[in-house]
Design a protein around this ligand. Structure first.
Ligand code: PEP
Length: 249
């Protein structure tokens, strides 16, 4: 049985005081323990989230990492630094990082390996553009992103991975994939994991859908066999919406 995961991605939103207010509100709400909840926040918010959420079941994640362990990389944050403060998840390969900051499949692989080596779990993002979907290249694109991201990742670590299928055309656009399309792609990702590893590993990996998920759409999404949760941007910025997503999952 895979535990559902709702992971919020705050992107470059939320000052430290806003993050503190958000968590104070969240702590007043009793969340179901059948669903795991995580908040992936800007680096500067991580300390306040970790402190305020330390006695709750909500995990704290980062949105990026550098793949080197330490050294002369001004402005970067390493995986050992994140692990040391108690971070559980790190998003790797988000399409905004690939598109706006030029991250390659090789970077995503190195970052994911660094996260695993430091004992954390990467949330590896993959997804196609609108053009790739309209030319029916979406499955091939996503399968190749999965292969590249998981190069040299052992079967044991692979089973603990979280992969987020996030079609680029659905992110922040209000135009979500249908639950059937989301499920079809999550199933394709699972079959790629089975090809790369084995069925046991594929059955354990959690595969999320991301792209304009809202509280109103989460139940339909979660009714699908291969969708194990959601990576949520916009709708994770309001405490009530985030709590409704966890409840709805
Ligand atoms: C995201 O940031 O990964 C995302 C899916 O954003 P949104 O939910 O706003 O589409």
């Amino acid at each position: 049985m895979r535990t559902p995961l709702i992971a919020g991605n705050w992107k470059m939103n939320m000052t430290v005081s806003q993050a503190a207010d958000f968590t104070d509100e969240l702590l007043k709400i009793k969340l179901t323990d059948e669903v795991e909840a995580a908040l992936c926040a800007p680096f500067i918010d991580l300390a306040v989230l970790l402190e305020k959420l330390q006695d709750s079941s909500v995990a704290v994640g980062a949105q990026n990492v550098y793949f080197e362990q330490a050294g002369a990389y001004t402005g970067e944050v390493s995986a050992p630094m994140l692990a040391d403060i108690g971070i559980k998840y790190v998003i790797t390969g988000h399409s905004e990082r690939r598109e706006l900051f030029g991250e390659t499949d090789a970077d995503v692989n190195k970052k994911s390996l660094a996260v695993i080596e430091s004992g954390m779990t990467p949330i590896v993002c993959v997804g196609e553009t609108a053009d790739e979907r309209s030319s029916k290249m979406h499955e091939q694109k996503v399968r190749s992103q999965v292969q590249a991201a998981l190069e040299n990742v052992g079967a044991e670590a692979a089973a603990d991975l979280v992969i987020a299928y996030e079609p680029i055309w659905a992110i922040g656009t209000g135009q979500s994939a249908t639950s059937d399309d989301a499920n079809e792609m999550c199933a394709a990702i699972r079959s790629e994991i089975e090809k790369l590893y084995d069925k046991n590993t594929a059955d354990k990996v959690r595969i999320l859908y991301g792209g304009s998920v809202k509280p109103a759409t989460i139940e339909d999404l979660m009714s699908k066999n291969d969708v194990d949760g959601a990576l949520v941007g916009g709708a994770s910025l309001k405490t009530a919406d985030f709590a409704a997503l966890v409840e709805g999952a």
